[in-house]
Write a protein that binds this ligand. Sequence first.
Ligand code: HEC
Length: 206
Amino acid sequence: MRPITFWGLCVAGGAVILAVACSAPQQTAAPAAAKPAETAAAEFRTTATIKDIMDSVVDPSADYMWESVATIVTKKGTEERRPRTDMEWKEVRRRAIAMIEGTNLLIMDGRLVAKPGEKSENPGIELGPEEIKAVIDADRASFIKFAHGLHDAGVKALAAIDKKDADALSDAGETIDEACEQCHLKYWYPLNTPDVLKKGSVRKTS
Ligand code: HEC
């Protein structure tokens, strides 16, 4: 009975109402299934590789933060480097923001590890891009967890910067270092060949 009533109303109300009102009940009954992965691939344009993002965003930003709170010992004496002026704090804050948001760039769908054909610079020690990709794809949730680890370490640094607390920034620097190392140990230069590669499906012979 119900569909007939609808059609009857719509026809009586004219073509415009037919288009709007008659499509509504159908949409409620069968909502279009959201496909987050496809949406993300369409929305984001992933030009750079993970390797590029390390080189251009994550590494220089972290370096800047580490160097801004370093203790430099030379023959002339010890220099306690720390941001002092507002401008210096502002600059280190910029680097923290870049590193924090850089972690989101790493985990975007469609992001390549390296350019096609790019090889590991230290084969035998570092995994090649295809191998890194295989380890990431085998357990994407872990890769995201490591990226979040760096994100959260960066947020700790940001809080220290906003309080202009150089000691806390130095502590956060250590947490950042650990977060880099944990991810690299799994994906870049694992001490032991990961299980996914031992199966022989992706390990290259060359
Ligand atoms: C979520 C994982 C992850 C985190 C966290 C991470 N890295 Fe990386 N990093 C990688 C992977 C994977 C590669 C290897 C990419 C390749 O060589 O193909 C890499 C490579 C690099 C490289 C080499 C880039 C090049 O041009 O060859 C540098 C430098 C680097 N990382 C620095 C850092 C620093 C510094 C941090 C922490 C502040 C960090 N990374 C945190 C995953 C991570």
